[in-house]
Ligand binder design. Structure first.
Ligand code: 4NP
Length: 154
């Protein structure tokens, strides 16, 4: 069982989407028993809140239901998960600060390192318009599909 934690800043837009998209993929492929998927934020500001309505709407329009409540990433997550997949470079830098040893450092990656269109940040859509959420969906979907193929190939 591979344990995957997706991480962004608030855990209300990007990482709950990646979490739901990856679960959507494994459900479609019938490989749910091989993965445990979760998401969290580097800040606890939105703790307990459902995902942003704009993100949920965009995802649902593409057939992906987001059903998650925001939580903050903690040291236990870094010990227990196999992969910590960050949405942007600031998230990664913040998560690296939490790592207790080299083994944990190696778990910390960027989602777009898997993007067939090239690496970079999943842009924060929080203060932008609807188009930003559509862009985030496209990036997250193609990157999660590539991540899934990579893991299944192992
Ligand atoms: P997320 O988006 O990191 O993709 O969940 C944000 C959520 C909240 C804030 C910023 C970005 N915020 O400033 O509270």
């Amino acid at each position: 069982m591979k344990k995957i934690m997706f991480v962004c800043l608030g855990n209300i837009c990007r990482s709950p989407l990646a979490h739901a998209v990856f679960e959507h993929i494994i459900t479609e492929q019938g490989t749910e028993d091989r993965y445990l998927v979760d998401s969290s934020g580097t800040i606890g500001y939105h703790r307990g809140e459902p995902a942003d309505g704009r993100m949920r709407e965009t995802a649902l329009a593409r057939g992906v239901r987001i059903d998650h409540r925001s939580q903050q990433l903690n040291a236990r997550h870094l010990r227990e998960f196999d992969l910590i997949i960050c949405m942007d470079a600031q998230n990664k830098s913040d998560v690296l600060q939490l790592a207790e040893d080299d083994h944990q450092l190696e778990k910390i990656q960027m989602l777009r390192d898997y993007d067939p269109q090239g690496p970079g940040d999943v842009p924060d859509p929080y203060y932008g318009g609807k188009k930003g959420f559509e862009t985030v969906f496209d990036i997250v979907m193609r990157s999660c599909q590539a991540l899934y193929r990579d893991l299944q190939g192992e």
